[in-house]
Each structure stands twice: as structure tokens, then as C-alpha cells.
Design a binder for this molecule. Sequence first.
Ligand SMILES: O=C(O)C(=O)CO
Length: 394
Amino acid sequence: MFRSKASSLSTVIPLMFGQSNLACKFFHPVIASHGLCCHRSVIYKQRYRMHQLSAGRRTINTGTKVMAEGELPSVLILDIGGTHGVLEDLAALLKKHFHLITMKEFLGNKEEMRKKIQSIFVFECRPTIDRELLESLPNLKVIANSGVGVDHLDLKMISSFGVKVTNTPHAVADPTADIGMALMLASARRLVEGCHIALSPDTKYFAVDWLGVEVTRATLGIIGMGSIGYKVAQRARAFNMRILYHNRNRRRKEDEEAVGAHYCAKMEDLLQQSDFVMLVVNLTPETHKLIGKKELGLMKPTATLINISRGAVIDQDALVEALQNKVIRAAALDVTYPEPLPRDHPLLNLSNVIITPHIGTATVQAIRMMAEEAIANMLAALNDQPIPSEVFPK
Ligand SMILES: O=C(O)C(=O)CO
């Protein structure tokens, strides 16, 4: 069922583009101070205004109509609802542009709300969207995912409803690369074990009994050299690491030289040479269980596997076996499948494993920046403007 692109928002016409950041900051210092610069009139009238949003290196222009408060386009929020300060902050940001409808409100008053909803904001990468929900929203135009990975969304099915999907690649790159580095360092230096020892009542211990390994000058193999992988390489360079990478497409020579990264056309070569292997690929049918028994067997027995992409990129049973049999030294995982792991999962009982609960983007700054990126995407989609970060089905 394809929906006509001419929606109830067909009256929304962008009039003017190109205002400077400075002018935007002048008009809206509060928003500008958070990295997003947005010129928004305080007078809610049927007038047309231009919004310029910029965060970091990005500058996104979206034309949007400034609407009466009660006429703001409605956005259905999946998985927000908490009372935590950050989420309230995020909701406040969204409320500047949208009328917010929580899933609970929607389910309690479906008939009344169905036709109003033009966009869905997916908070965190977990909640999925099914056919039934899409069928119930005749005016839905865009699903804005906060986060880069959209493997939890059926892009083909969503697109068959004429609905666009967007993500937030800019907001996630730095914090996710930071988590990759944090896991690599924590695993190398056995930080979690050290912390437990320091906290235990018996503080008589000998560091020589649990020596770590050094990250400095070691070889790091990055599998997946997109923007997050590249940010990891930039950080690793500061540790004088030898950097190898494997990617579908080789990066430009200038990019390689800037971080001193060497391309491995064969993933096997990278696995054999690396002291640390970091997974930073998207989860796709091609990368599902990319690292299994054979690949783990190619790694050095002293090597550490770090996963900041998606749990299903690793064959988890093969990983448990490899860790139990010391085929590799250790693993540090921000992602698993399922999330969270059942309490009796063997990965939770291995001393050479560190697991964090998918916190790549769990920072105050990233949550805000993801919301800003998602807002820019939604406004562009609703105004039939070029969408800064649209994701297409393959
Ligand atoms: O952005 C995403 O998809 C993440 O999972 C970040 O950790």
C-alpha cells in the first residue's frame, strides 16, 4: 500500500534559506548553546519561516512553517516515557517542534490520534515497528531513529507504506568510538577485575597474578571503517597503535594517511595480525555471524575481541567456546544477543569477558544531539525537503 506523498502537510512551504549561524544564535541562544542552532519565531502564527540547524560540522537547512502551538505536527514517541532528567530534557526539545504522543497515550486513544500522527521518533535502537502499527497510521511520513543502526526496522516493509526512515550518524560517532576505546583499555588492563579486588575485604593481592597487556604500540584491527571506525582509528593513533582495517570499500589514501591505517583486503589477514580486533560494522545479512569459530581460530591466543556494533555479528556460542578454551585472550562487548543476556548465560560467568549494556551512545550529549539530528530529519521529511540522513532499503 503506497501512500500519496501529498499529505496534510502539503501547505508547508519553505520560503527562505541561508541564514548564518551567528544570526541563529542571536535569535535562539538557548538552542545554540547546545550545539544546535535553530531560528524559531516565538510568535506562533500561520507564517512561514526558515530553520537552519547546525550541529558540529553539519549544517542542515530545513524549511518549515511556524505553526500555532496546537497545530504542531504530531510525533509518536516509542520508548521514551521515563522520568529521568535527560529524557525530560529530550522531550522538551522535541516539544518545541512537535506535539508529543507517547505509546501509552496512543494505545489509550488510538482512533482519535491515528490520523494526526505524521512522524515516529524511535528512542534507542530497540523498539521495532510492525505492519499493524503502520496500517493504523494513514498520515505517517517519517520514522526517525535515534541511533545509526536500523537493523531493528524492516526497511522494505516500511518503505512499502511510502514512509521514510532516517538515522543519526553524526551524533553517535564520537561517543561510540569512545566506548570502543574504553572497552579496549578496560579489557587490556583488567580494569573490572582490578576494581573487584580493590573493593573486596581481602585487599592482599599481587598484581603479578593478573597482569594485563598494553594497548600502546599494539596492533588494532578495525573491521568496518565507517565514521565510527574512523573515529576509533583517530583515537588509536594517539596510543601509537599500528592500525589495520578491513572494509567493503577501501578509504581514500588521504584518510588512511591521516590516521596511519593500513587496508587489509582480506579480513583473515587482519585477524591473524591484530592484538585487538574491534567490530564496527552494521548488522546486515552479510555481517550476521561474521565472526565465528573459524575467524576466532585465526586470531592470536593473546588477542582481544571488542564488539561495539551488534551482538549478532558474532556467533556467540563459538565465542563462549573460544574464551573457555583460551583460543583468544578476552572479549569486551557493548552488544550481545539478546540484550540483556539471560542471567545464566555463560558469557556472564567468564572472568576474561567485560560486558556493558549497549551504552555506546549513553551520554547526556549524545542523547541530545541524536534528538537534534532526528528533529532535523523529521522536519525535512515533513516539509518535503532533502533529508539530512535518510536510510534506504537495500
Ligand atoms: O547508534 C547505534 O545504532 C548504536 O547502537 C550506538 O551504540
